[in-house]
Design a protein around this ligand. Structure first.
Ligand code: UT7
Length: 323
């Protein structure tokens, strides 16, 4: 059977770091409040003129190097983003052009913070069906461009960045021990639009708009939905929480990460945490965290990874991956 195997992964962050102290000079907040409520200490912010596709191309180039593949080897590019360069065309087509990829398909996926998991589910199905051979999946965001920098309830939470993986269809024996994506699960519930949204858009306002969030409500839904979708992945594979070597979660709030780990009886040391340094980078956060834990040697061949995310829409999802 064909399985989708991740053969390269890398992240890219803009140079500029914005600390909690910097934010305390801009809005009525403090390092103490931000650290206690979110675990965030700093985030990276794109330079003027630096776009989502700039970050995406950097991450993709490094991921392709890690996988040992060139532009001719890629036939599908999916960019998960809620902050595209333009309303259209898809940022994925800009990335395709800049990487020198000349075949196959390229499109964006919009599932906000769950975008990478939605993208992984999409790419996995295309590869398993044999419609494409090798995909580049990128989560890339410049949320700094859609923040209301006078709203302390949201502007302290987010950052910019990109993470990318090369995923290829490989013949495997199947089963839970063979490398690759074992299972993916994605969900949406559009009734919760007003709890997390952007108050602008081409059709409604002809503006880009600003992010608006009812944080407490989102928090409650996040814990419930993430627990359900993690159980779904375990049930689908017959694996137990104990079998998980590393949780690579969407990085919205350290308290959500701790709460989810507690619920499954997982050692908090098994949860990859980058939210302290990156903030919430939306669709980029899972591949950035993955790249981080591969880079420092924590994730080793044969490890079982749980990827999960929840975001605006609401959308949420999970995946189990054998490394
Ligand atoms: O990635 C997509 C998914 N997103 C998430 O998962 C985010 C989920 N939500 C959260 O992470 C948390 O709800 C927040 C971090 C956004 C907020 O934490 P909270 O513990 O839910 O705080 P709160 O919103 O209930 O606010 C508590 C107090 C309020 O003051 P009063 O009304 O109690 O006087 C806020 O006005 O903290 C105040 N506050 C702040 N104070 C200092 C809100 N933002 C700030 C701030 N600095 N930046």
């Amino acid at each position: 059977m064909i399985r989708s195997v991740i053969t390269g992964c890398a992240g890219h962050l803009p140079d500029r770091v914005l600390t909690n102290a910097d934010l305390a000079a801009m809005v009525d907040t403090s390092d103490e409040w931000i650290v206690a409520r979110t675990g965030i200490r700093q985030r990276h912010i794109a330079a003027e003129g630096e776009t989502t596709s700039d970050l995406a191309v950097q991450a993709a180039t490094k991921a392709m190097e890690a996988a040992g593949v060139g532009a001719d080897d890629i036939d599908l590019i999916v960019v998960a983003t809620a902050t595209p360069d333009n309303t259209f065309p898809a940022t994925a087509t800009t990335v395709q052009s800049r990487l020198g990829v000349r075949k196959g398909a390229a499109f964006d996926i919009q599932a906000v913070c769950s975008g990478f998991i939605y993208g992984l589910a999409t790419v996995d199905n295309f590869l398993k069906a044999g419609q494409f051979d090798r995909a580049l999946l990128i989560g890339a965001e410049t949320f700094s461009r859609i923040l209301d920098w006078e709203d302390r309830t949201t502007c302290v939470l987010f950052g910019d960045g990109a993470g990318a993986v090369v995923v290829e269809g490989q013949e495997t024996a199947g089963g839970n021990d063979a490398p690759g994506v074992l299972t993916t699960h994605i969900h949406a519930d559009g009734r919760h639009h007003d709890l997390l949204y952007v108050d602008g858009g081409p059709s409604k306002t002809q503006t880009v708009g600003h992010l608006r969030m009812s944080g407490k409500e989102v928090f409650k839904h996040a814990v419930t939905n993430l627990s359900a979708v993690i159980n779904e992945a375990l049930d689908a594979t017959g694996l137990q929480a104990d079998d998980i070597d590393w949780v690579v979660p969407h990085q919205a709030n350290k308290r959500i990460l701790d709460g989810t780990a507690r619920k499954f009886g997982l050692d908090p040391d098994k949860v990859v945490v980058t939210v302290d340094r990156h903030g919430n980078t939306s669709a980029a956060s899972v591949p950035l965290a993955l790249a981080h834990a591969i880079g420092d040697g924590r994730i080793k061949k044969g490890d079982l990874l749980l990827l999960e995310a929840m975001g605006g829409g609401f959308t949420w999802g999970s995946s189990l991956v054998r490394w």
